[in-house]
Design a protein around this ligand. Structure first.
Ligand code: NAD
Ligand SMILES: O=C(O)C(=O)C[C@@H](O)[C@H](O)[C@H](O)COP(=O)(O)O
Ligand code: ZN
Length: 369
């Protein structure tokens, strides 16, 4: 089992990664001082529930925790105020109090939704992340929790850090191939923004990761979580450095909203966005290698590198205007400078991004990139 710590000034929390981590769930809950006197609420989704919920509930009850569960429909559309209200209803019925905790058992959707429920229920109770997707190595660490609005992704949310993250690699073995690929998109992102050697490792180990080789997966998730933990420890509230974790997300989030939540998966949308950022890098004079490596990696992992042609450019641009990185009339954009290093730029114009969106649409992409 690998262990990391997210340092947040006066407090910190651990991340445990490896096969069989769940076997130690009650000992790790005790280490985090979670209460046995107040009920816990385990939130999961309709696809994870039949696979993994029973075991988690049994482990918690055997360990003396009073646990109730709440199952939301699987998929991005559950990141909604309606589902948030449903969780609060279950929490009230189950008698949760201010010493209770919410346990998010699922992918990024469950983590963001249940985390936001924990941030807002009784003005904030504790929560635990038990990620069940590869992508959730990213969402489970760092405390960004949110639901969507039809016009904009993650626009209703908070910063609310978990007490601990339990990442049991065995839970990932049931993931469908499309979700495996989408999750690896954020793994690759962590290499592109921070670690050139890890990017090369991702290139060399694609086959192992795509076939869920436990040791390769464990290592990749460890490095991904490590990058995230380092960045969040330096800038919890995205005043500056943390913005680098948003590589590919300005275009990516707009694509998710315009395609219709869940049509284009988050990992797929940001792989397109990262290719767009690499294209912008080339226009700013950085080496063509960045675009070649970025595009080559996503193609190798079976991820999309162009915008589905039916998505309307005006709608994409309009959705992009709601991005949280538009501040005081200026767009903050993350641009790769070399593999493993990005910069936070404030001089990218809306027109430049529109041109990239146009380039990324349809067949033209193969010729242009
Ligand atoms: N808070 C953050 O910092 C952060 C970071 C990255 C992404 N996100 C958010 O995360 C969300 C995407 O997360 P995701 O890709 O995990 O999506 P998801 O939570 O929808 O999970 C993907 C699908 O896989 C299923 N699934 C989950 N675990 C499974 C398992 N072990 N076996 C079989 N099926 C399983 C789910 O039911 C779902 O249908 C987006 O909303 C994105 O905005 C948040
Ligand atoms: O943790 C962060 O910070 C990130 O930006 C990680 C992203 O991968 C993630 O998708 C996040 O939810 C995006 O945040 P947002 O503030 O752009 O909504
Ligand atoms: Zn993301």
């Amino acid at each position: 089992m690998r262990e990391l710590t997210v340092e947040l000034g006066e407090r910190s929390y651990p991340i445990y990664i490896g096969q069989g981590v769940l076997n130690d769930i009650t000992a790790l809950f005790d280490r985090a001082k979670l209460s046995r006197k107040s009920p816990l609420l385990v939130v999961t989704d309709s696809e994870v529930a039949p696979l993994h919920l029973e075991r988690v509930m049994a482990l918690l009850r055997e360990g003396g925790f009073a646990a109730t569960s709440c199952v939301v429909p699987a998929g991005e559309t559950s990141k909604s105020l309606a589902q948030l209200e449903g969780i609060v209803t279950t929490a009230l019925q189950a008698g949760l109090d201010r010493s209770s905790a919410i346990v998010a058992l699922g992918g990024g959707v469950v983590g963001d939704l249940a985390g936001f429920a924990a941030a807002s229920f009784m003005r904030g109770i504790r929560f635990v992340q038990i990620p069940t997707t590869i992508l959730a190595h990213d969402s489970s660490v760092g405390g960004k929790v949110a639901v969507n609005h039809p016009m904009a992704k993650n626009i209703i949310g908070a910063f609310h850090q978990p007490e601990l993250v339990l990442f049991d690699i065995d839970l990932l073995l049931t993931l469908p191939p499309r979700q495996v690929k989408a999750g690896l998109s954020e793994v690759i992102k962590h290499g592109l923004i921070w670690d050139a050697a890890f990017t090369q490792w991702c290139d060399d180990n694609a086959e192992k990761l795509l076939s869920l080789d436990p040791e390769a997966l464990s290592y990749a998730l460890y490095i991904g979580c490590k990058v995230k933990a380092i960045v969040v420890s330096q800038d919890e509230r995205e005043n500056d450095l943390r913005a680098i974790l948003n590589l590919g997300h300005t275009i990516g989030h707009a694509l998710e909203a315009v395609a219709g939540y869940g049509e284009l998966l988050h990992g797929e949308a940001i792989s397109i966005g990262m290719v767009g950022a690499a294209k912008l890098a080339q226009e700013f004079g950085y080496a063509a290698e960045i675009l070649e490596v970025t595009k080559g990696l996503f193609l190798k992992y079976g991820l999309p590198v162009s915008i589905p042609p039916h998505l309307d450019t005006d709608s994409i641009m309009s959705a992009m205007m709601h991005d949280k990185k538009f501040k005081e009339g200026t767009m903050v954009y993350i641009i790769p400078m070399e593999i493993g290093k990005v910069e936070i730029r404030k001089d990218v114009t809306v027109e430049q991004v529109r041109q990239i969106v146009e380039l990324l649409k349809g067949e033209s992409v193969a010729d242009v990139l």
